[in-house]
Design a protein around this ligand. Structure first.
Ligand code: GUN
Length: 298
């Protein structure tokens, strides 16, 4: 029997998007300012193409100025840096995102660090990472996936996580590390686990909050979950399943949803949980970048 609440990321994201759209209209009416988002994609990775198209569509539906730069897979590092330079000094653009992963010949570090920290709506620049980890959040950009996860955690547990144990599974720069920093800022006691962690199930079983971001389908089962925990599943894994003798492709998270629901207080589904929140937080960051550029509080 399933007791847990299904955390509806899609509904929360839609609600937040409506607010962002209304604030965008007000910003145009009151200050003549339209948030602008530039998304750069290099190469043909099919999943990235879908993500980037969705980001552009969402930006337009929020009322933003939206541009996409699609560069060939063999574009030189110099040409990418030149484009970023142009976007850094373009007054119509407030947010710049270079879709990852990059083709092998390009240096991810050099490219992400060349984006102006004030337009870094991904929150990948060292300046923004430093602001986040030192707790100076006033004008910091927080990476979109952990920012979205945090809003869903707050919905169920409040903004102050004092006395609660949080376990983050995965130590990536995009999710695991910034997620841990946000949970710590909210006063949780945080453990970051990874592939070398001994007795991972035992560690997870202690947690009131579990954030799974490893990319291993259905790895975290109900047996790992402390009764009453809030479980956030960041995984987006494509697996083959047999349906009526046919092999079909299906999206699944890092958490075995059904068994987790038997024990947890609340669980995010995949799809429909973290994913829709991530794209919405990108819009939130872009609106914020536009407001900050005009000296307005966010
Ligand atoms: N690729 C997968 N996730 C992300 C993200 O959050 N930002 C960027 N730029 N690329 C990604």
């Amino acid at each position: 029997m399933s007791n847990a609440a299904r955390i509806d990321g899609k509904a929360k994201a839609a609600e937040l998007s409506e607010k962002i759209t209304a604030e965008t209209t007000a910003l145009r009416d009151e200050h003549g300012l339209q948030p602008g988002l530039a998304v750069v994609i290099i190469g043909e990775d099919p999943a990235s193409q879908v993500y980037v198209r969705n980001k552009g569509k969402r930006a337009e539906s929020c009322g933003f100025y939206s541009v996409q730069h699609s560069l060939d897979a063999d574009t030189s590092q110099e040409a990418v840096l030149e484009l970023i330079d142009e976007l850094n000094s373009d007054d119509k653009i407030h947010g710049i995102l270079v879709q990852l992963p990059l083709p092998d010949h390009l240096d991810e570090q050099t490219i992400t660090q060349s984006i102006s920290p004030t337009k870094d709506v991904d929150g990948f620049h060292f300046i923004n990472i430093g602001k986040l980890t030192s707790g100076n959040m006033a004008d910091a950009f927080i990476p979109c996936t952990p920012a979205g996860c945090m809003l869903m955690i707050e919905d169920h547990l409040g903004a102050d996580l004092s006395g609660l144990k949080a376990v983050v599974i995965g130590r990536s720069n995009i999710v695991g590390k910034p997620m841990a920093a946000l949970l710590l800022k909210a006063n949780a006691t945080v453990t970051v686990c990874h592939s070398r962690t001994p007795d991972l199930p035992g560690v997870v079983r202690e947690a009131d909050i579990v954030v799974a971001a490893v990319g291993r389908p259905n790895m975290v089962t109900g047996e790992w979950i402390k009764p009453g925990a809030v479980v956030i599943d960041v995984g987006i894994n494509r697996i083959d399943v047999e349906v009526d003798g046919e092999t079909k492709s299906k999206l699944t998270g890092d958490v075995e949803y059904e068994s987790a629901c038997e024990v947890a207080k609340a669980v995010t589904p995949v799809p429909g949980g973290v994913g829709p929140m991530t794209i919405t937080m990108l819009m939130f960051n872009t609106l914020r970048a536009a407001r900050l550029s005009a000296g307005l509080d966010s």
